[in-house]
Design a protein around this ligand. Structure first.
Ligand SMILES: [Zn+2]
Length: 342
């Protein structure tokens, strides 16, 4: 095994503090595996750490990347259920408190002590990453790593649409924001049998064209007419995947009385509007964060059977040295998702 490897490192809180560094192959514990990364997706949160407009604590310097899959290169001595060479993807909760009441209930994704790859501990934009064996899921032979590495954002969308929303065939669903999560939420709502529209800005044309491949309507600007087209009341469900606070007001306008809003996009800005429409319309406002073990198993099933195809959202594959091009193209909205190949 090579002694040295290169990694895409976020080394300081200042804007633009990302570079390729050489580092040693990581040590790993008895309950861990050393995972050889085959592909790693670039997440919007990697971009936010690069442009320094993120709202979570980062353990600098840290290797970026939490959407990844690869082969098990080595395993710790307590790891019994996995073999060297196994094809796997990894969940994101690298550190959790096993005694937390949330962990004990199976919701370790909501454990306040949770620390994830790419911000809390070293992530996967490199050749080898240390992964606790409890994070691993088997990748069937027919599922390529380019697709399997995107299991994680699919799990975010699955939890938002199937875990935290209640969507039935024939429902009208509006998704705000045509990023990876928005498009995958739209795809999940289509799988539920809903009629779906995804909403973006003029600058989102390229990403909306990708969204259209998932069988949803695409709307630039105001979605009021689409939301009210059936009976004048509004959409059954609005998924806010935009990543700014202001879109919650749009969601409140578009949702029908007794409907639901699922907020999966973050936004550090305070709200400058009244939530009275939430009360008046008797609307459910539901947050959705991350995912847990059973969701990963379901999503791998969807990907390996082709019920969910992530190929349309992959805008290209770059080597680690070309991380800047991969980040920039995604940042400009030219493509939905960049994938790196260490
Ligand atoms: Zn992500």
């Amino acid at each position: 095994m090579a002694e040295k490897m290169i990694a895409v490192v976020n080394y300081a809180p200042e804007k633009g503090s990302v570079e390729v560094r050489e580092m040693g192959v990581p040590a790993f514990g008895d309950d861990d595996v050393l995972l050889q990364v085959e592909n790693v997706g670039v997440c919007g949160s990697d971009l936010h750490q690069w442009t320094a407009d993120h709202s979570w604590p980062v353990n600098y310097p840290v290797v970026l990347g939490h959407e990844f899959g690869g082969h098990i290169a080595k395993r710790g001595k307590n790891v019994k259920n996995w073999q060297e060479g196994d094809r796997v993807v990894s969940e994101t909760a690298a550190i959790i408190n096993p005694d937390s009441p949330m962990t004990r209930a199976g919701f370790y994704n909501l454990d306040p002590d949770r620390k994830g790859f790419g911000y809390g501990v070293n992530g996967a934009m490199t050749k080898f990453v240390r992964v606790p064996a409890r994070c691993l899921h088997n990748v069937p032979a027919n599922l390529s790593f380019q697709q399997a590495c995107l299991t994680e954002p699919c799990c975010v969308a699955y939890n938002a649409v199937l875990g935290n929303a209640s969507i039935r065939p024939g429902d009208r669903v509006v998704v705000l924001g045509p990023g990876t999560i928005g498009i995958l939420c739209a795809a999940m709502a289509r799988l539920c049998g809903a009629q779906v529209a995804i909403v973006g800005l003029e600058a989102d044309k390229a990403r909306l064209a990708v969204a259209a491949q998932y069988g949803c309507e695409t709307i630039v600007g105001d979605a009021t007419n689409w939301a009210r087209a059936r009976d004048g009341m509004g959409a059954d469900t609005v998924v806010d995947a935009a990543g700014i606070s202001a879109t919650l007001k749009i969601a409140l306008d578009l949702v029908r009385p007794k409907g639901q809003i699922i907020k999966v996009g973050w936004g550090p800005q305070p709200l400058q509007f009244s939530l009275d429409p939430l009360v008046q319309k008797n609307v459910t406002l539901q947050g959705s964060f991350s995912h847990n073990w059973p969701i990963w198993e379901k999503v791998i099933g969807l990907l390996s059977t082709g019920q969910l195809d992530v190929k349309p959202i992959i805008g290209g594959v770059w080597g680690l040295e070309d991380w800047h091009t991969a980040f920039e193209k995604m940042h400009r909205g030219e493509i939905v998702k960049s994938v790196l190949k260490p």
